[in-house]
Design a protein around this ligand. Structure first.
Ligand SMILES: *Cc1c(COP(=O)(O)O)cnc(C)c1O
Length: 347
């Protein structure tokens, strides 16, 4: 067994530290389904202000936040346009189709500088043969595309195009603060180009549980009912919201995660046949292509494990590693040493 573990599987693996646990222990709570939890209210107000939206809703997970958004924006039989690699399409167990009765309509290359061309091609006229498209879902940063950022100008173009075709726009902004850190801009530069946004408190920001859905007041009123329908109405959830409020304080430190991801990617890509794609990593996600190593992704993951380094296969020849608030500079150095050792063993 390795003495050390460096868990790079996801930025969801962070553990609540002492300050966060103290904030949870001291939270003033009440029954939030009756509207009586002051800590949840504070978090929702802070989140609304931060995203520049009228209102916000604390939800148990990002997946539920996205599903509530789809349910609130659409009716059964509608079509929802999104990138085929979008989390909502790829990783949410088909929930929008199962629960929302919508047709998820994948649009290739939506999340790219040419996204606007793909969108315009995907928009079809009103016709009895077609499910009417009423919602566009964007994702920023894009998980499966290696934490890439859709720039504020690109997102705005898509937003304007969607609005002029009568579609609402939901932003899956699980890591929207990473996008803002990478672009060195305000998070509102992204959130102004959407009708609703979901972001995760439980990823790089370090909360144990929870996400936020934000939008207009009528949208959030309706979303609150869908949260209840899905079983997401929680009682003394101020204990969790207190952790969420602590997590928001971590936003200014996200550039450290990006700096560490860059250092790791630079070191790895100097080793023979190790390819990081995209390079440099735009945010905190590093994708390794193992093809030139003649290793499958599970094979590379298994070679890292005896050294206590955890990563995940992200496709046949892709391995994902994510930096987060529980990864230190020393752990990046250690990980690079291990990659160097493995590389020597391969040559
Ligand atoms: C993690 C993630 C989600 C879902 O969040 P959970 O809290 O894990 O349900 C949604 N979208 C993206 C892009 C994600 O990375």
């Amino acid at each position: 067994m390795a003495e050390k573990t460096v868990d790079l599987r996801s930025d969801t693996v962070t553990l609540p530290g002492r300050e966060m646990r103290e904030a949870m222990a001291q939270a003033i709570v009440g029954d939030d389904v009756f509207g009586g939890d002051p800590t949840v209210k504070q978090l929702e107000e802070e989140a609304a202000a931060l995203t520049g939206k009228e209102a916000a809703l604390f939800v148990p997970s990002g997946t539920m936040g996205n599903l509530i958004a789809v349910l609130t924006h659409t009716t059964r039989g509608d079509a929802v346009l999104l990138d085929p690699e979008a989390h909502i399409f790829y990783y949410e167990a088909g929930g929008s189709s199962l629960v929302g009765g919508v047709q998820l309509w994948p649009v290739e290359n939506l999340h790219s500088p040419e996204g606007i061309r793909s969108f315009n091609k995907a928009i079809r006229p009103s016709d009895q043969h077609f499910a009417p498209a009423t919602l566009l879902c964007l994702e920023n940063t894009h998980n499966r595309k290696g934490g890439t950022v859709l720039k504020p100008g690109e997102q705005e173009l898509l937003y304007q195009a969607a609005k002029s075709s009568g579609l609402s726009v939901h932003l899956d902004g699980a890591r929207i603060f990473n996008a803002a850190a990478a672009e060195n801009c305000a998070v509102t530069d992204f959130t102004r180009s959407c009708d609703s946004i979901m972001f995760c408190l439980s990823k790089g920001l370090g909360a144990p549980v929870g996400s936020i859905l934000a939008g207009s007041s009528p949208f959030i009123n309706s979303a609150r009912r869908y949260r209840k329908i899905l079983g997401g109405g929680m009682r003394q959830s101020g204990i969790l919201a207190a952790a969420g409020r602590e997590a928001l304080k971590h936003i200014p430190h996200l550039p450290d995660d990006h700096r560490r991801a860059l250092k790791l990617a630079e070191g790895i890509s100097q080793l023979p046949n190790f390819e990081v794609t995209p390079f440099p990593p735009p945010t905190n996600i590093i994708i390794l292509n193992t093809e030139a190593l003649a290793l499958s992704s599970p094979e590379l993951v298994n070679r890292l494990l005896p050294f206590g380094i955890e990563a995940i296969p992200f496709g046949e020849n892709l391995v994902r590693m994510v930096t987060h608030r529980d990864i230190s500079d020393d752990e990046i150095d250690y990980t690079l040493d291990v990659f160097t050792k493995i590389s020597k063993g391969l040559s």
